[in-house]
Design a protein around this ligand. Structure first.
Ligand SMILES: C[S@@+](CC[C@H](N)C(=O)[O-])C[C@H]1O[C@@H](n2cnc3c(N)ncnc32)[C@H](O)[C@@H]1O
Length: 208
């Protein structure tokens, strides 16, 4: 009985958060991110593994992440590019940028980090080989998503690629049935979709 009540309360909380997240998308508060995004279950099952496989070898490349959160994904990207590559990251929340900086420094890794919005990236035109967005697309208000993708297009080098990972039970989860048509309608060619239970990654490139 106690378990049933706990599950019912958790389910009700999740549906409430999801409904609110759809009505008014907003960044997940940084203190929640420590709990939900930086735990062993998340790192093992919903971490960077699928994105890294979808991107393929990254050694020596310039790779950026939009919405770094606690830095779990950027840490893996920094390891994947190696000493000959470089990583950049932005987040709208200063606390997330600070936490990511601490995380990478503690592991002897480096990144160029900034507080910035996805719709105004602080990077030069055609400067990035890969741009990653993990569990962030649904937090950007729908009216700003086209601008965010236009910014990714601006900063991507020729033959550069965008990788988007979405997973349950993120309250802002965007299903492939919604995300893929949106990418195509905004001029992106879908190169690969990797799907596992509860998580998928899309790799896309600008069409022109
Ligand atoms: C759910 S967290 C994911 C963090 C990280 N990508 C990961 O998977 O561990 C989403 C992050 O995106 C950030 N974010 C949301 N909207 C953003 C925007 N418009 N521009 C930049 N960052 C944003 C949030 O502050 C939050 O840290």
């Amino acid at each position: 009985m106690g378990w049933a009540l706990a599950v019912a309360v958790l389910a009700a909380g999740w549906f409430g958060l999801r409904a609110w997240g759809q009505i008014r998308p907003a960044p997940m508060p940084a203190r929640w991110e420590r709990l939900f995004l930086n735990n062993p279950v998340r790192r093992r099952w919903f971490g960077p593994r699928q994105l890294l496989a979808a991107f393929g070898p990254l050694t020596g490349l310039s790779v950026a992440e939009i919405g770094v959160g606690t830095g779990v994904i950027l840490e893996a990207l920094a390891q994947a590019v190696g000493p000959s590559g470089k990583v950049w990251g932005v987040d709208v929340q200063p606390a997330a940028v600070a936490e990511t900086g601490r995380r990478l420094t503690a592991r002897g890794l480096s990144a160029s980090l900034a507080v910035a919005d996805a719709t105004q990236l602080p990077w030069a035109d055609r400067s990035m080989d890969r741009v990653a967005m993990v569990a962030v697309f649904g937090e950007i208000p729908p009216a700003q998503r086209a601008q965010a993708l236009a910014e990714v297009r601006r900063v991507l080098a020729p033959s550069g690629r965008l990788g988007i990972t979405e997973f349950w039970p993120d309250p802002h989860y965007q299903p492939p049935s919604r995300l893929l048509p949106q990418l195509r309608s905004l001029g992106w060619r879908i190169l690969a979709v990797r799907q596992s239970p509860l998580i998928y990654t899309v790799v896309a490139e600008p069409m022109d």
